[in-house]
Design a protein. Structure first.
Length: 458
């Protein structure tokens, strides 16, 4: 299945693409079904009440991820792309006070969000059941949705048919890294060029270029907001924002002879930390490929633009296109969902994407780009997703900084070689998939194991 660069990089709302963005989008889709009258139960009276039950990881970590807030706001007509935090705060307060949501064109309706810790839905650990009832409590409409990572949402029927999707007709339809390298060799094109050609098979060049520029603008704006903000992150863990203080210290040290070379790692880290602190605060971010891993890709690109002497803004599009090509392959052949395969699928995938993009714009060959992605992913294999308190804060924020540092290091190592290496990216992706299947559920975004149970909440 072909995934566009705009499927991988979506404008979303913190703190989680699977637990916040996905449920908000699912709520919007359910409203669309209600407006269309699809599959309405025969004999049901006038629509009066909406209900959403959260299951699996959405239940276990939904409070920390603000999943109930996302569902309520989605049912009130909010969406991630046009999200206004101030308006959302007012709407949430009104919904909690009145117990009603005002979905456009549907009137004021009763609303309830239920955390079901007992029933795990069969399709995916991130399951939701949306139900609508009439005034007598008779079922009006019901739909099951799954938030499968990165803001991707599928109905139960769509999930069952997902493996049978016919790929979009594109010029370079690579399903894995082996196909990608073979096509690059035959066409004598870079990975970015092939990905661009595939995108242009179904969109105008101006739409593509404007969209890529907008994605970077949202990423960079998120980072700048992170540099300006102070205080304690919401959720109860009393995690203090650090990006502003670190950034100001680094700026003050610029040009001083006493600065050690390894300080560059602090720059890379603070770029990522700024993004992920904004994500943790519920701000607008870009899934890259998820919210929990949203800092790695922009941090690596910002490092290139600010610290590499030969850097050119003209390379931004190539960076994003290459990163998206790698992210799409990982999603199609394994997973980018922490609830499915642990954090190896989130920060690990993001690091591989960033390493590939950085290697590409530093002049790497397709073989070196594939090598860079493999090195970055390989050294995240087995990483669990164990957020303390169910919040995308500890260890998630710092983990993005280290993921970006690994991305730069992986690309640098690949550029020192000729692209030949022992472990292929395809083998690494398959290993991640198998590791995710074997990983105990308590280490997959349930907050039932790991740091989540060994760090006392303050």
């Amino acid at each position: 299945m072909f995934l566009s660069v705009f499927d991988i990089f979506k404008i979303g709302v913190g703190p989680s693409s699977s637990h916040t963005v996905g449920p908000m989008l699912a709520a919007g889709r359910f409203l669309d079904s209600l407006r269309a009258g699809r599959e309405k139960v025969p004999g049901a009276g006038e629509l009066a009440r909406l209900e959403c039950s959260l299951h699996g990881s959405l239940a276990f970590t939904g409070k920390g991820h603000a999943t109930d807030r996302a569902v309520m706001l989605g049912l009130a007509g909010f969406d991630p792309v046009n999200y206004d935090m101030a308006a959302a705060d007012l709407a949430e307060a009104a919904i909690r006070e009145t117990g009603k949501v005002p979905p456009p064109d549907l009137g004021d309706l009763g609303c309830a969000v239920i955390f079901d810790y007992e029933q795990l839905l069969s399709g995916h650990t991130n399951g939701m059941i949306f139900s609508a009832y009439d005034g007598d409590g008779q079922l009006y409409l019901r739909e099951i949705y799954y938030s499968v990572g990165g803001g991707f949402v599928l109905t139960e029927k769509e999930l069952a048919a997902d493996g049978n999707d016919i790929p979009l007709d594109v010029r370079y339809p690579f399903r894995n890294a082996a196909d990608m390298l073979a096509m690059a060799a035959r066409s004598n094109k870079s990975i970015a060029d092939m990905k661009r050609a595939n995108e242009l098979a179904h969109m105008d060049a101006k739409i593509l270029d404007d969209g890529l520029a907008h994605i970077w603008q949202v990423m960079n704006s998120c980072m700048e907001r992170g540099f300006a903000a102070e205080g304690i992150l919401p959720g109860g863990l009393n995690v203090r924002r650090r990006a502003k203080a670190i950034h100001e210290t680094l700026l003050a040290e610029q040009g001083l002879n006493m600065v050690a070379p390894h300080t560059i790692n602090d720059w890379i880290s603070v770029y990522a930390i700024a993004v992920n602190e904004e994500n943790a605060a519920g701000g607008q971010v870009v899934t890259a490929p998820t919210n929990g891993a949203a800092g790695v890709v922009p941090a690596t690109l910002r490092y290139y633009l600010d610290h590499v002497p030969m850097a050119s803004p003209d390379k931004i599009a190539d960076y994003l296109l290459t990163a998206a090509a790698i992210g799409g392959m990982i999603k199609n052949n394994a997973s980018i969902s922490g609830a499915e395969v642990g954090c190896q699928g989130e920060v690990g995938s993001a690091s591989a994407m960033a390493a590939a993009g950085f290697c590409e714009i530093m002049g790497g060959t397709p073989e070196q780009v594939e090598n860079a992605a493999e090195i970055a992913l390989e050294h995240h294999l087995g990483m669990t997703c164990d957020p303390v308190g169910g919040l995308v804060q500890a260890p998630c924020i710092e983990r993005n900084g280290l993921g970006a540092i690994k991305a730069v290091s992986a690309a640098s190592l690949a550029l020192r070689g000729d692209g030949k290496h022992l472990i292929s990216l395809d083998a690494c992706v398959e290993t991640m998939r198998q590791t995710g299947l074997d990983m105990n559920t308590k280490y997959k975004e349930t907050s039932l194991g790991g740091l989540a149970v060994n760090v006392p909440e303050c």
